[in-house]
Ligand binder design. Structure first.
Ligand code: HSE
Length: 310
């Protein structure tokens, strides 16, 4: 029986100032999907490992099945495919968990069906799955998980996705506290409208961050890692947010923000030594706050998703 396995990495979306338009992939972890071609037509989610039985097996709600179905609908075919999902990412963490599942699924499906699509053209199918997972068709997790690197979604209609230059010494430390925040809840606290002066500040920071990446100017990256649109409303959902940020800055962080919709926090730094110091400082501060935290550090993952060759 023909089968294919694929992996898709965790991601940090928004990167402070780039709400719904910036994201990058990290090396630390990700999800794996195995697909098996069957004679009987139709999709079936056979098993999910690592979710403590919490993710849906129904094909209309499961992000792997939704993404694959969107691809099959586009092709106008209905083959039999069994789906086996292995979660390497915690749910509701802000590390692009639903995105990694959807991306691994479409990358595996594309290979299984003889690569009818270029990798970048798989993105719309994963976005359909994000809409089902969290109610919003945002691409700032699925795009970097699929393509790797630091990604800008310049526009959604039509999709215009740009891979940005990443300085060689840019590291990310991730702090994953042991509680969950659902993306739909974390989006529900945001405002529909923003004042002109807030928009001006945010635009300056997005432009500054992108210029900082291209110029490999770590000070400019640091000055630009500010979010005046989402963070002020979401920070209250994350215990100790501002205290943690001060501690991590003292430990060498260029900046710290909420990874996607949280509660994971990310800090960028120059060099591996700093990212390790930040992880150590985070362990201490979370202890004083009374929360357990897992810390990871990684360079920006430039590979993104891939088919696992046995
Ligand atoms: N841009 C999305 C949000 C990412 O902030 O809601 C969700 O992981």
């Amino acid at each position: 029986m023909k089968s294919v396995k694929a992996f898709a990495p965790a991601t940090v979306a928004n990167v402070s100032c780039g709400f719904d338009i910036l994201g990058f992939a990290i090396d630390a972890m990700g999800d794996t999907v195995e697909l098996v071609l069957k004679d009987e037509p139709g999709l079936r989610v056979v098993s999910i490992e690592g979710d403590q039985g919490r993710l849906p097996l129904e094909t209309s709600k499961n992000t792997c099945a939704v993404a694959i179905q969107a691809m099959l609908d586009e092709m106008g075919i209905n083959p039999g495919i069994d789906i086996y999902l292995k979660k390497g990412l915690p749910l509701g963490s802000g590390m692009g968990s639903s995105a990694a599942s959807a991306v691994a699924a479409i990358v595996a499906a594309n290979e299984l069906l003889g690569n009818p699509f270029e990798k970048k053209d798989l993105l719309p199918f994963a976005i359909v799955a994000e809409k089902v997972a969290c109610g919003a068709a945002h691409a700032d997790n699925v795009a970097p998980s699929l393509l790797g690197g630091f990604v800008l979604i310049r526009d959604y209609h039509p999709l215009d996705v740009i891979k940005l230059h990443v300085p060689d010494q840019l590291y990310c430390t991730l702090l994953h506290p042991h509680f969950e925040l659902n993306t739909a809840d974390s989006r529900s606290v945001l405002r529909d409208q923003i004042p002109m002066k807030v928009s001006t500040i945010q635009s300056g920071n997005v432009a500054g961050l992108i210029a900082g990446l291209y110029q490999e100017d770590y000070d400019l990256i640091s000055r630009s890692l500010k979010d005046v649109i989402a963070e002020p409303y979401r920070a209250v959902l994350i215990p100790g947010f501002y205290e943690i940020r001060e501690t991590l800055k003292d430990a060498g962080a260029l900046g710290m923000g909420i990874s996607g919709s949280g509660p994971t926090l990310f800090a960028l730094s120059k060099g591996e030594e700093n990212s390790k110091k930040i992880a150590a400082a985070a362990q201490e501060i979370y202890q004083t706050i009374g929360l357990e935290v897992d810390t990871y550090f990684s360079k920006i993952n430039t590979q993104g998703s891939y088919v696992i060759q046995d």
